[in-house]
Design a protein around this ligand. Structure first.
Ligand SMILES: Nc1nc2c(ncn2[C@@H]2O[C@H](COP(=O)(O)OP(=O)(O)OP(=O)(O)O)[C@@H](O)[C@H]2O)c(=O)[nH]1
Ligand SMILES: [Mg+2]
Length: 350
């Protein structure tokens, strides 16, 4: 039976993904194009297979350390080393160690299963506040998301994955090619636009990025787009001119509508480890961040950096990138993420 028109709530249930709600008195309807959207179990399995490096490289071995049922100082030291390898950072690693010691002193840590349960609880606690509802859409103007970050972290790819995600839910998207700095950046975005059949507003290489952003918002509002995703040039946060240009993009956007951008998302590469902490601090100071996208979790054993970020900044983790394809983007769910990092006992931990 064909069922092309389904309500947003039904859509969420059927496809088990959280989509943004729409700020409108009347109900918005999403049309399903993609009947093959993964169910939550499939998504979970997918995530599990993508986080193999951090899970097997770090947490599997670590749970094995609890086999003796004793938490000697040497074992605690090895556990801390493993946590540091996964890039949870010193502060978070020490918090976890303290918790383990505390539970051990109550006699609650006598085997790997108990260790897993305690680790799971403490890790979920650490990142629970980073899981947030997706921002609501507006009925009368596009939601504007400004994507920022240093070179090569995956901003443009993440933006394209987001465009695919919204397009699949029949939410009209527009892209703004505001990376006018790097040669070929505009073409890269246009290629994605062609592939996803999403309009791209662009000028030529070297054009004023702020002017492109202004035009793109005007076009998106005129054409009834519900989301405008703005690509920007990869810049080192220490590169003063480019940071100023980014601030200008934000300022000029506000001339089109003082409320925009609604969201400023910093993309960081999980493989960059603790360096991402200074990236977040600098970009937050320069343009005010409302969320993070954490990419390349599939290619690194440093997936623990999310815990360090949560501990230090507490910013929402909007999405995680687990591959190069357009479907390799997941909303961040604390429990699902931790479950994908911790092997079941009798599996990798043996
Ligand atoms: N394995 C993996 N690769 C990714 C992921 N996200 C992005 N990439 C790859 O990272 C590389 C850089 O991605 P871009 O999206 O061009 O990065 P960018 O931040 O826009 O780069 P600049 O515009 O040069 O600053 C590309 O080869 C992407 O395919 C991810 O989640 N996993
Ligand atoms: Mg780019």
């Amino acid at each position: 039976m064909r069922n092309d028109t389904i309500g947003a709530a039904d859509y969420r249930t059927i496809f088990a993904i959280s989509l943004p709600s729409v700020k409108t008195p009347e109900m918005k309807f999403f049309h399903s194009k993609n009947k093959q959207e993964p169910k939550i179990e499939k998504e979970k399995r997918g995530l599990f297979s993508r986080l193999t490096r951090t899970r097997e490289g770090v947490f599997g071995g670590m749970l094995g350390l609890f086999k003796s049922g004793k938490l000697s100082p040497e074992i605690l030291e090895q556990i801390e080393d493993q946590l540091l390898v996964a890039d949870l950072g010193v502060a978070v690693s020490q918090k976890i160690i303290e918790r383990l010691k505390n539970e051990a002193s109550k006699g609650k840590l006598t085997n790997p299963n108990e260790a897993r349960a305690i680790l799971r609880a403490v890790m979920i606690e650490l990142v629970a506040d980073c899981e947030k509802e997706e921002p609501s859409l507006y009925s009368d103007r596009p939601l504007v998301v400004l994507m920022v970050g240093v070179n090569g972290v995956g901003k443009t790819t993440t933006l394209a994955k987001l465009a695919a995600r919204y397009t699949n839910a029949n939410i009209p998207v527009m892209l703004a090619a505001c990376d006018t700095f790097r040669a070929a950046a505009i073409e890269q975005l246009q290629t994605w636009g062609d592939r996803l059949q999403v309009p791209v507003i662009a000028q030529s290489h070297g054009a004023d990025a702020a002017a492109v952003a202004f035009d793109a918002y005007t076009a998106a509002a005129a054409r009834g787009s519900q989301i405008l995703l703005v690509d920007t040039a990869g810049r080192q946060h220490t590169h003063g001119d480019l940071v100023e240009q980014l601030k200008k993009v934000k300022r000029v956007m506000k001339k089109a509508n003082p409320e925009i951008p609604d969201e400023v998302w910093l993309t960081v590469d999980a493989g960059n480890g603790q360096n991402v902490l200074s990236q977040v601090a600098h970009f937050d100071e320069a343009v005010g961040l409302t969320g993070l996208c954490i990419t390349k979790l599939d290619g690194t054993a440093k997936g623990g950096v999310i815990f360090a970020l949560a501990d230090r900044f507490g910013l929402p983790v909007r999405f995680i990138g687990v591959g190069e394809g357009e479907a390799d983007l997941r909303p961040f769910h604390a429990e699902e993420f931790v479950d994908a990092l911790l092997p079941e006992i009798g599996e990798d931990a043996e």
